[in-house]
Design a protein around this ligand. Structure first.
Ligand SMILES: Nc1ncnc2c1ncn2[C@@H]1O[C@H](COP(=O)(O)OP(=O)(O)OP(=O)(O)O)[C@@H](O)[C@H]1O
Ligand SMILES: [Mg+2]
Length: 442
């Protein structure tokens, strides 16, 4: 009864508790008009306590007293211009040196990255305890196949950090399950015969694959180790797509790929590109706003052949538009996924500024990412000891499987497998819930 399951995602999170015969996802945001069962993995720390958004909640106390907003409310507080700092993609910090470091959130306040994760998990648990009307002490946490690619020590450290955060929140009994295995358990609920499924869970931070033997009879067993034939993953997913689309279609408007003036007959030099990479990477954006960096960028005007580019860049830096631009790239990606082509409105940089994004341009910008993801899927099947035609089904979950470019490429690699689409945002949390129930009621 006191158990739950948490999908702590790079972009979105959810929590499941026991209900009647099964498990249910807890409403995390929204009112009677519409409840949201998943919530952006976002926290907004408010640094001006005299002017707080209505959604701000008090900090838990101790060293962690700043009021904060979570999820959609966090993003909204940021958009509404409240003083403070928006934190996203916190999961990407697990397994890096940043996790124990303190980051400045404004007005001289600092927050340790791991405490941001802890605070977010505490909020999820509180929502679930309120919804279920009982305390929760046992949890299954999902984890990607690799928090960190090719570095087992850092990967283990990442899981240990997440476990420490869960313990700090008050969970006494903590278990982990791979996210794509959880998705396989969700798929298995609709499975009519025994078969091999390749689960493709393509989220914000990671693309995770598992080959699992599923079937109505096997679903009854708790011990499934023999049914898990392979797990594999790669750190390329939705946030990389956003970055690459921005580098292809937004950053060139600020000078990326352009050249400096021709001096004394020398061939013009390309504009230094580092700032554009930093401006498109969530956890590096704030480094561009540091006063010394701003001064350095301001002094680089002579590197630009077209002063308009430098002017736009300085506008983005001085008005701290980096996160908003990443948001524009993400919106454009989803528009292309849903409609084929779109126009990216960059009026926040300069009145009337915009750039198109067609399906072909998106394909070109994402081609290298997609190829690496497909290669990872093929490797997973190989590691399972199967030929591609031995797969019965290909199960798609994770927000990024909204991109037809991606699912088409995966389907083409396994043409005989039947493609099944799961609930893009809730499949992993539902499956983690099924697993938690088996584990904690066994
Ligand atoms: N319709 C869509 N088409 C393409 N991508 C989409 C669509 N909707 C959402 N996304 C992308 O899906 C990603 C989030 O997916 P999801 O919520 O599954 O990730 P996550 O579970 O938080 O991340 P991870 O599992 O990697 O930790 C974001 O990058 C978002 O931009
Ligand atoms: Mg996920």
């Amino acid at each position: 009864m006191n158990f739950c399951a948490i999908d702590f995602g790079t972009s979105n999170s959810a929590i499941a508790i026991e209900a009647d015969a099964g498990m249910r996802l807890v409403p995390l945001e929204g009112g009677p008009q519409g409840e949201h069962l998943t919530m952006p993995t976002a926290v907004f720390y408010c640094t001006d306590t005299d002017d707080l958004p209505a959604s701000a909640l008090p900090g838990p106390g101790g060293d962690d007293t700043l009021p904060r907003c979570f999820g959609r409310a966090a993003v909204q507080a940021y958009i509404d211009g409240y003083e403070g700092r928006l934190m996203r993609s916190m999961k990407s910090v697990l397994g890096t040196a940043l996790v124990d470091q303190t980051t400045e959130v404004g007005n001289g306040h600092g927050v340790r990255y791991l405490d941001i994760v802890t605070g977010y998990l505490r909020h999820l648990r509180a929502q679930a305890e309120k919804a279920g009307g009982r305390p929760l002490s046992q949890v299954v946490l999902g984890r990607p196949v690799y928090f960190v690619d090719d570095e087992p020590d850092r990967d283990a450290a990442a899981q240990a950090s997440l476990e420490a955060a869960a313990r700090a929140v008050g969970f006494a009994d903590i278990a982990f399950q791979f996210e794509p295995i959880a998705a396989a358990f969700d798929f298995e609920q609709q499975c009519e015969r025994e078969e091999h499924v390749l689960v493709a869970d393509i989220g914000g931070g990671t693309s995770d694959f598992s080959v699992v033997r599923v079937g109505p009879e096997r679903a009854q067993r708790l011990e499934r180790r023999d049914d898990i034939l392979a797990n594999h993953g790669i750190h390329i997913a939705g946030t990389d797509f956003d970055r690459h689309l921005s580098l292809a279609r937004i950053m060139p408007m600020l000078g990326l790929g352009s050249f400096g003036p021709s001096v004394l007959g020398q061939p013009p030099r390309p504009v230094p590109s580092r700032v554009y990479f930093d401006l498109t990477t969530w956890h590096l954006i704030n480094t561009v706003y540091q006063p010394a960096r701003v001064a350095e960028l301001r002094n680089m005007v002579d590197f630009y052949g077209d002063p308009v580019h430098h002017r736009r860049l300085m506008k983005v830096v001085s008005e701290r538009l980096g996160h908003a631009l990443v948001g524009r790239a993400e919106t454009a990606k989803i528009a292309v996924a849903e409609g084929g082509s779109t126009d990216i409105d960059l009026g926040l940089i300069e009145a009337g500024l915009h750039n198109g994004l067609s399906a072909e341009q998106a394909d070109q910008a994402l081609r290298a990412d997609l190829e690496r993801i497909v290669a990872c899927a093929r490797d997973t099947v190989k590691q399972a000891g199967l030929q591609p035609d031995q797969l019965g089904a290909l199960y798609f979950t994770g927000g990024s499987t909204g991109l037809a470019l991606l699912t088409d490429a995966l389907q083409a690699a396994f043409p005989t497998a039947r493609a099944v689409r799961g609930d893009r945002l809730a499949s992993v949390s539902t499956g983690l819930g099924l697993y938690a129930k088996r584990l904690f009621t066994a």
